[in-house]
Design a protein around this ligand. Structure first.
Ligand code: NAP
Length: 260
């Protein structure tokens, strides 16, 4: 399917690995030129090289911490007029309510709420002026159904979701489409880090922790970051123009509900 976005320009944040990488690959397959970002240059260059060689699109990289003002400015300087923005960053550490004080809260809010809000507000004027834009925020299934040990994530991402809900409706007339994509458990480094914690807590092997987590899903297995990326690419496509302010859950059916 031709997504109608060949030649468009996208910023994909936190995209050397995992879900961000999946989104970058599927946008490149649709013919989109990319600005990729992550903190470590090595994996970023590796992903950029793979995408250039495979899809022949233009790919530039910006090695920077997207949760800092300096990092965001560097990414925006490299791609000042993006048509597409995929907001993403690392997730906060697990714990319990009593672990988290002012510093931990500020870091989580900075990473998973303020950073995507500030990038969105930075690119919106240009998208509105050009009458076309697509923004996808990678949030989490925890927005719909809390993951108790990820309280920092549950809360910060809910704040972002509230901002997007109103803003997406304010800019829809200008051709700007903003939505959130909510991952459940996908097979990435992040899930392996969480499985490592589970293995320790339950005194089981890493394989056993992964097996137990996968067995609890209706699909019986974790999600594939490339399939996640394909959904993201559709949400950035010409055909997503009537999808406004939605929260699309990709969790293998883990959220048990008849509707919504
Ligand atoms: P991942 O496999 O660990 O990949 C994270 C990517 O983000 C890497 O490219 C990493 O590169 C980059 N990154 C991390 N912090 C960054 C920062 N401050 N600035 C720039 N780049 C940064 O993680 P993932 O599984 O793709 O998860 C992506 C997001 O989805 C996270 O917020 C995670 O909490 C959320 N999520 C994931 C799952 C899941 O099952 N995988 C489920 C729900 C929610 P560098 O380390 O080099 O910066």
């Amino acid at each position: 399917m031709d997504l109608g976005i060949k030649g468009r320009k996208a910023i994909v944040c936190a995209s050397s690995k995992g879900l961000g990488r999946g989104c970058a690959i599927k946008l490149a397959e649709a013919g989109v030129d990319l600005t990729l970002n992550a903190r470590s240059e090595g994996p970023l260059e590796e992903t950029a090289g793979y995408i250039r060689d495979t899809f022949g699109v233009n790919v530039q990289i910006v090695a920077a911490d997207i949760t800092t003002e300096e990092g965001r400015n560097a990414v925006l300087a490299a791609c000042p007029e993006p048509d597409i923005l995929v907001n993403n960053a690392g997730g906060p550490p697990p714990g319990v309510w009593s672990d988290w004080g002012q510093d931990e809260w500020q870091a989580a809010i900075q990473s998973n709420m303020l950073t995507p809000i500030l990038l969105t507000t930075a690119v919106l004027p240009g998208m509105i002026a050009r009458k076309w834009g697509r923004i996808v925020n990678i949030t989490s299934g925890s927005v719909k159904s809390p993951i108790p040990q990820l309280g920092l994530s549950n809360a910060a991402r809910a704040g972002l979701t509230g901002f997007i809900a109103g803003t997406a409706r304010q800019v829809a007339k200008d051709g700007v489409v903003i939505n959130n994509l909510l991952p459940g458990q996908h097979d990435t480094d992040r899930i392996n880090a969480l499985m490592g914690n589970r293995a320790k807590a339950e005194n089981i092997s890493m394989d056993e922790a992964r097996n137990r987590a996968q067995a609890s899903l209706p699909t019986g297995k974790f999600g594939d970051p490339i399939n996640f990326g394909a959904t993201c690419a559709f949400m950035c496509s010409e055909y997503a123009s009537f999808m406004i302010g939605q929260n699309l859950l990709l969790d293998g059916g883990a959220f048990n509900s008849t509707m919504g």
